[in-house]
Write a protein that binds this ligand. Structure first.
Ligand SMILES: [Zn+2]
Length: 220
């Protein structure tokens, strides 16, 4: 058993990761970030996951940093959320520059202060094309950075880095992850919009996994 700080965004990937680690008997804490994103539904879902798993959850306030990361649909109200497709070119509008490196470094500092030597991230293969900070090379480089920074053992656990989202759905289904209590939609309405790029990716992952999608969508 290890003490692990899990970056938890409230989506189905990081929720499945948290369930997997808890199921394996690890002592996990969940960590979410307010980076000035359009809505806080996702972080609320991360908080609820922590309550269900009976583990600690902290929210790091980076809203002032997010305000300065302009140009992304996720942090900049002047950039539209992509609707109807998740092809690479369209999805570039959702890149928040260097986001995972920012989050991971803060998480690693918090981990060290709690005596933990592992952070866990739910990056997956479907993110590679658009998001450079989700690729295996990024994870390898981050490991080296943190080993160097701490001058002692430290690991970045990213078990989904070569998996596709539908495989995560399959795994989550086996672990009993309550997918209806995870949030993907970038728009952040009452229900998942069903039309934005991440909603489409979510729907397709359930279909490819052969798992019933319990998500309520505004548009099916
Ligand atoms: Zn949506």
């Amino acid at each position: 058993m290890s003490k692990i700080i899990v970056l938890a965004g409230g989506g189905l990937d990081s929720t499945t990761l948290a369930y997997m680690l808890a199921d394996d008997g690890h002592d996990i804490d969940l960590l979410s970030f307010d980076y000035g994103q359009r809505h806080h539904k996702e972080t609320y879902y991360a908080f609820r996951t922590a309550v269900r798993l009976d583990v600690r959850h902290d929210m790091v306030d980076l809203s002032e940093v997010g305000r300065l990361l302009t140009g992304s649909a996720l942090t900049d109200r002047n950039v539209e959320v992509p609707i109807g497709t998740y092809d690479a070119e369209t999805m570039k509008a959702t890149v928040v520059p260097n986001r995972n490196a920012i989050f991971a470094n803060i998480a690693a500092g918090i981990a060290a202060s709690r005596g933990a030597k592992i952070i866990a991230m739910a990056v997956h293969a479907g993110d590679h094309v658009v998001y450079p900070d989700c690729r295996p090379m990024f994870i390898s480089a981050l490991r080296v950075l943190l080993l160097t920074s701490f001058d002692s053992d430290f690991d970045v656990y990213a078990p989904f880095v070569t998996m596709h989202k539908y495989q995560i759905v399959k795994l989550g289904a086996k672990l009993g992850v309550p997918f209806s209590k995870t949030w993907s939609c970038y728009v952040g309405g009452e229900k998942h919009c069903g039309e934005c790029s991440t909603c489409i990716e979510r729907k397709e992952a359930f279909i490819a996994a052969g798992v019933t999608d319990p998500t309520e969508y505004e548009q099916c």
